[in-house]
Design a protein around this ligand. Structure first.
Ligand code: FAD
Length: 453
């Protein structure tokens, strides 16, 4: 007995408050199990109840209710995050915001949406109106706009538009966790306290994001005998300003062998670069590939865009998903290679680890600079070995954003001082997704300190 069910069920009605074990288990989980480290630590975490508000007013009521009873609140969009972001570490309520799914306006160059809108639905609507998303994660069919901004970073389109911090969020409506929750309208640099915050500094109910003019996209695969040729082609294409693109993803063999639905169209033993480029650039792409002794294989014409399984379904962290289907012992890292030394870094890693580490890259232009980002696959042996590999990557200048932690700062979000200050202001009792952000004050001042491990 937790004591507040009756009051909450009077507030919400029975249908939108779930207390049964099956629902609580299902909705207390995200994709943390990609990490054997997180799997061990998070498997048994469980909310006391799931509650699904239908509008902003109910969100505010629920936050006030939780504040009054000092109940921790963890928000959930679609629950596709990989770091246990949406897993409640200290029980309490999971606030399922997938019902706030209205597209409010699509104007010239922007969309204002409720946080629970699925990015796939938004992209479809925007394209009907001659526009499209600038950036989206490979999970876009399921993922929510609020979940992407609060828990993601970048994805398809980031080769042109950068990641979430590159002006790809224009405004957000945020609710605070107080006796009377405040409604804040946040824009400009102030958004940095809320982008990738795991719902720790405030709850986002509405969001305005920029849109790009609609383009027609051709998807193609370029094959190369060596991975080095494949990544050098990727770099050349990334730098080629006259070719518009959404995706450049070089994969070393045997990663392409994991892509079962593409088995018939991918060259055996070859490195593959998965591409989305503007319709009409095919000849240019082919010539560029030729310069690196490559050849274009499988092509999905622009008319087929989104009508069949797309190539982006094999890139970003979807690569890990396909690898896991073939070999359940595989896990992954998040790595930032140096733009001017990455070929040497690849050589060093392959020499040291061979097939224990398999590489693919997603080229990104962030802060105006091109960088070869990677989600390396790792054959998992032990946590010790995993952190030894991480140590080696770092020793040769490859930045690691550790995906095996739920702590914001350790995961590569970097300095979180400003977020901590904002949290203190917006969430004085430390009730929002407790345990995800380090705070000396949380440990002392709240019942819900970070309990790592
Ligand atoms: P959730 O998982 O529900 O939530 C994410 C975090 O945000 C949680 O901490 C949650 O508490 C918080 N949150 C959710 N909604 C709100 C809100 N309204 N207000 C405040 N906090 C909120 N990510 C990328 O960035 N790029 C990728 O290419 C990518 N590829 C992926 C591929 C696979 C196969 C998988 C499993 C994951 C991938 N991800 C990727 C991670 C994830 O899918 C995305 O970040 C996605 O956008 C998260 O959206 P969601 O609705 O599922 O969020």
């Amino acid at each position: 007995a937790i004591g507040w069910e009756k009051e909450l069920s009077d507030l919400m009605g029975d249908k939108r408050l779930l207390l049964d074990t099956e629902s609580r288990e299902r909705l207390s989980k995200d994709y943390y199990w990609y990490s054997p480290v997180l799997d061990r630590q998070l498997r048994t975490k469980l909310a006391d109840g799931i509650v699904a508000p239908k509008d902003e007013r109910e969100v505010a009521q629920l936050l006030a209710f939780a504040y009054r009873h000092q109940i921790p609140v963890t928000v959930r969009g679609a629950g596709t995050g990989n770091y246990g972001q949406a897993v409640p570490l200290n029980g309490g309520l999971v606030l399922d915001l997938s019902g706030l799914d209205r597209i409010i306006t699509i104007g010239a160059g922007y969309a204002t949406v409720q946080c629970g809108v699925k990015l796939g639905a938004l992209e479809k609507k925007a394209r009907e109106l001659g526009q499209e998303l600038r950036i989206y994660p490979s999970t876009f069919m399921k993922a929510t706009a609020g979940g992407f901004v609060s828990g993601g970073s970048g994805g398809i389109g980031s080769i042109t538009w950068g990641n979430l911090w590159d002006g790809n969020v224009l405004e957000a409506v945020i609710y605070t966790m107080e006796e009377t929750p405040r409604r804040l309208v946040v824009n400009g640099k102030a958004l940095y306290d809320y982008i990738h915050n795991y719902g720790t500094t405030g709850i986002m109910t509405e969001l305005t994001i920029p849109l790009a003019p609609r383009m027609e996209w051709v998807q193609s695969v370029a094959h190369f005998d060596s991975f080095e040729q494949a990544v050098r082609f990727g770099e050349a294409l990334a730098k080629e300003e006259t070719i518009r693109k959404r995706l450049i993803s070089p994969m070393e063999w045997p990663i392409p062998s994991y892509f079962m639905p593409l088995a018939k169209v991918l060259e055996l033993g070859a490195a593959a670069v998965l591409l989305e480029t503007a319709n009409g650039t095919q000849e240019q792409v082919k010539e560029l590939a030729l310069r690196y002794q490559g050849r274009i294989g499988h092509v999905i014409e622009a008319e087929q865009y989104r009508k069949t399984l797309g190539l982006s379904d094999f890139t970003w962290n979807h690569t890990t998903l396909w690898a896991l289907k073939s070999d359940p012992t595989i896990t992954y890292l998040q790595a930032g290679f140096s733009p001017d030394q990455y070929l040497e870094q690849i050589r060093l890693i392959k020499n040291k680890y061979g097939d224990e580490v398999l590489l693919h890259f997603e080229w990104v232009r962030s802060g105006g600079k091109l960088s070869p980002n990677s989600l390396p696959l790792v054959k998992f042996q032990s946590e010790e070995r995993l952190y030894e590999i991480i140590g080696y990557f770092e020793s040769i200048g490859v930045k690691i954003f550790d995906p095996h932690t739920w702590m914001l700062a350790n995961g590569g979000r970097g300095e979180v001082g400003s977020m901590q200050r904002k949290k203190r202001e917006n969430d004085p009792l430390g009730l929002l997704n407790p345990g995800k952000i380090q705070d000396e004050w949380t440990e002392e001042g709240s019942r819900y300190g970070a309990r790592h491990g």
